[in-house]
Write a protein that binds this ligand. Structure first.
Ligand SMILES: [Zn+2]
Length: 90
C-alpha cells in the first residue's frame, strides 16, 4: 500500500452503469480468495491481501461485493498523478 485507505476509498473505479447503488466502500484485508476487478486487469487476489471492497446493490442481482487490490489502485493513482503533472497519460 503506497497510499492511505482514504485515498483508495476516494477512487471511483467502478462505474454505476448497471444501476448499482454503492452502500459501503472500505479497505479490507481479504479473508477468502477474491477476484480483483480493477479496470486494468482481472486477476485473483489471495487471502490476506489488502484490497478495496465495495458493497453495492445491483438491480436483479441484489447485494454484491467488488474487490480491487491495492497494487492495481497504486498504479491507477500513479497514472492519475502523472496526468496531473504532465497533462498526458504516459
Ligand atoms: Zn489487482
Amino acid at each position: 500500500m503506497k497510499y492511505t485507505p482514504t485515498e483508495y476509498v476516494a477512487l471511483n473505479i467502478w462505474n454505476d452503469d448497471d444501476g448499482a447503488t454503492s452502500v459501503q466502500r472500505r479497505v479490507v484485508k481479504t479473508r477468502k480468495p477474491q477476484t480483483c476487478t480493477a479496470p486494468l486487469r482481472s486477476h485473483d487476489i489471495p487471502p490476506g491481501t489488502m484490497a478495496l471492497c465495495e458493497k453495492a446493490i445491483v438491480p436483479d442481482e441484489g447485494r454484491v461485493s467488488c474487490y480491487a487490490c491495492t497494487d492495481c489502485l497504486d498504479r491507477m493513482i500513479d497514472k492519475e498523478a502523472r496526468y496531473e503533472a504532465t497533462g498526458m497519460y504516459a
